[in-house]
Design a protein around this ligand. Structure first.
Ligand code: 5AD
Length: 350
């Protein structure tokens, strides 16, 4: 490997950051050995902090109603063909009970921005999950809300919050979203979440339409400065019926390289090998784990609603029951030398 590139990997590992130019060099270098080298270093760092444990989060997609119209998203408001559903609190608690028996100790309640789930209803739900499973963490992923709302949900017992920043470049953000959404509001939300005390996750799609290397550099610098406890990244995958349906999909190779770079920047970050990566490549989750990721988020939603939560084409969703998919996951992780653990898997403070 070119010695300049090699030094940059070392510098990233030692100082947890690089200049814009240096990041751009690493992202564009056409060096076969670079990804292998990044992945090896990222693996070493993740093992130092988390050993070979893989944390699982039970993902419950509890509503696909959404008031937003993001150009990339398969459940955007103006998708004509989506059959909308909303799980009841009872159904959601049932998913948690099944998940608990399978070893899940974190439940991720994810949904579109659905006005039905106002603060009272959502706080009631969070409190009910925590009462039923006091030893579990609850992660929310329900988009932009007011600071007061985030505070109420935190007080009701929510521990973590996922809100991808989507892109750190305001003009690029505009090009992915309708008029009424803007990057400044997204940042306001992320800052509020962190200040309130949530373990907070940001993230972006790799290869979203119009994304340049310069934008990814900005994303990395944003992540470095924001210091999230979690980072979610996955390749962009076009969704039929959206304005971006004919756009090319994002690169899995670049996604995997970025997972390694993010592990080196934030050694103790909780980093999922995402469903999008698992959808784009049949061994995507395994490759993500081998490149420094340490979290997997299997779907705990009832089998009959899963195909209705199609954020993008062919989103990974088997008809199999949660139990079956967890058993498969355990064995596929064992094959590559990792162990799925029954653990809340909280962020380690360095
Ligand atoms: N391809 C990949 N990821 C997508 N998301 C939404 N639509 C797509 C798509 N077409 C991601 C967004 C969002 C998260 C829930 O899913 O980054 O924040």
């Amino acid at each position: 490997m070119n010695s300049q590139i090699k030094r940059l990997v070392q510098l990233l590992e030692e100082t947890h950051g690089l200049s814009d130019e240096q990041f751009a060099l690493l992202l564009t270098a056409e060096d076969d050995q670079l990804s292998a080298c990044l992945s090896e270093r990222a693996r070493a760092v993740r093992e130092k902090y988390y050993g070979r444990s893989v944390y699982i989060r039970g993902l419950i997609e509890f509503t696909n109603y959404c008031k937003n119209d993001c150009f990339y998203c398969g459940i955007r408001k103006s998708q004509p063909s989506v059959s909308r559903y909303r799980l009841t609190e009872e159904q959601i608690l049932q998913c948690c009970a099944v998940g608990y028996r399978l070893g899940f100790r974190t439940f991720v309640l994810q949904g579109g921005e659905d006005p039905y789930w106002n603060d009272d209803r959502l706080c009631g739900l969070v409190a009910a999950v925590k009462t039923g499973h006091p030893d579990c963490a609850v992660t929310l992923s329900v988009g932009e809300r007011s600071r007061e709302s985030y505070q109420k949900l935190f007080d009701a017992g929510a521990d973590r919050y996922l809100l991808r920043h989507e892109t750190a470049d305001p003009a690029h953000y505009r090009s992915l979203h309708p008029e009424e959404m803007d990057a400044a509001n997204r940042l306001r939300c992320l800052n509020a979440l962190k200040e309130i005390g949530y373990q907070t996750g940001c993230g972006f799609m790799v290869g979203s339409p119009g994304q340049t290397i310069g934008h990814i550099v900005k994303d990395l610098q944003f992540i470095r400065q924001f210091r999230p406890q979690m980072v979610g990244i996955g390749p962009f995958i076009p969704a039929a019926g959206t304005p971006f349906e004919s756009q090319p999909k994002g690169s899995s190779e670049l996604t995997i390289k970025l997972l390694s770079m993010i592990r080196l920047m934030l050694p103790s970050v909780l980093l999922p090998a995402t469903t999008a990566l698992g959808t784009a490549e049949k061994d995507g989750r395994e490759r993500g784990i081998q490149a420094g990721a340490n979290v997997i988020m299997p779907n705990l939603s009832p089998a009959d609603v899963r195909q209705k939560y199609q954020l993008y084409n062919d989103k990974l969703s088997t008809g199999e029951e949660a139990a079956e998919s967890v058993a498969k996951l355990r064995s596929s992780m064992e094959k590559i030398g990792y162990n799925v653990v029954t653990d809340r898997g909280d962020y380690l403070t360095e």
